[in-house]
Design a protein around this ligand. Structure first.
Ligand code: 6GU
Length: 247
């Protein structure tokens, strides 16, 4: 699977690409990530300007349509497959595990990162991107969001996760899309808190039932909206789960 990131800040990606699961996936040639500098497509040879003041006035700067459209078209032309174009913007549809699964079906994804007050509207009108937001808050640019998209999508690319790992039990995954069950490792007792005995029983059927029950209990408590669209109780006064009452 190939990702093309289009950004004004290509340096931001080096650390992220050079580490962990993603680094290994790139080395194993399961994933390719190309980072493109939108500034290289500036129409202004001297100052490499890519933004300008908004028509109608107001604060901030707007990314100009020409360099952005040119950079996307140039990246697309590098391969026969034009890829699926994603624009990272707080005005996009909300990113969740369903969107991750949808995106993972593509062989090639282009991630267009904005900065400043946003893109000239004609970028959207011309390129018709799949606009995605990672949540209802404002970031300074799409770069962190693009990394979140890559990070989530590669987990679903075959062979990226080792045999011992699997995305099937992940929160928001599987047929029910609940939160994941609680996990424990050694030691069996820590500061008076014991690992639930079932997990030490070796009875795989019983363990699977306990985990299913725990996933449901946690989801009910923390994210009831995942079960039946109920609003999560976030106002004051409701019960908070603690180590003690989860025992
Ligand atoms: Cl994708 N971009 C920006 N700038 N802010 C965001 C976002 C994206 N998603 C949530 N907030």
């Amino acid at each position: 699977m190939r990702f093309d990131v289009l950004t004004l800040f290509p340096e931001i990606f080096a650390g992220y690409l050079g580490q962990g699961l993603l680094k290994r996936a790139i080395e194993r040639q399961l994933i390719d990530v190309y980072v493109h500098d939108i500034r290289e497509w500036s129409t202004d040879a001297r100052h490499k300007k890519v933004d300008d003041r908004p028509f109608g006035g107001g604060p901030g700067m707007v990314l100009m349509a020409e360099p952005v459209v040119a950079s996307v078209e140039a990246a697309r032309a590098q391969q026969a497959d034009p890829g699926h174009l994603v624009m990272l913007t707080p005005q996009g549809r909300r990113f969740d595990q369903r969107v991750v699964e949808e995106l993972a079906a593509n062989e090639r994804i282009l991630l267009l990162c904005g900065r400043y007050e946003g893109f000239d509207e004609r970028v959207r009108l011309i390129l018709r991107p799949d606009e995605i937001s990672i949540g209802d808050f404002v970031l300074n640019g799409g770069e962190v969001a693009a990394m979140a998209v890559i990070d989530a999508v590669i987990r679903l690319v075959p062979q990226v996760l080792g045999d011992e790992q699997s995305s099937g039990d992940d929160s928001f995954s599987g047929p029910r899309r609940w939160l994941e069950f609680a996990q424990y490792t050694r030691p069996r007792e820590y500061r008076g808190l014991e690992v639930p005995p079932i997990l030490l029983s070796g009875d795989h059927g019983a363990i699977a039932r306990w985990r299913e029950q725990d996933a449901l209990r946690r989801t009910n408590l923390r994210r009831p909206d995942l079960i039946d669209g109920r609003q999560a109780e976030t106002e004051g006064g409701e019960r908070q789960e603690t180590e003690r009452d989860s025992q």
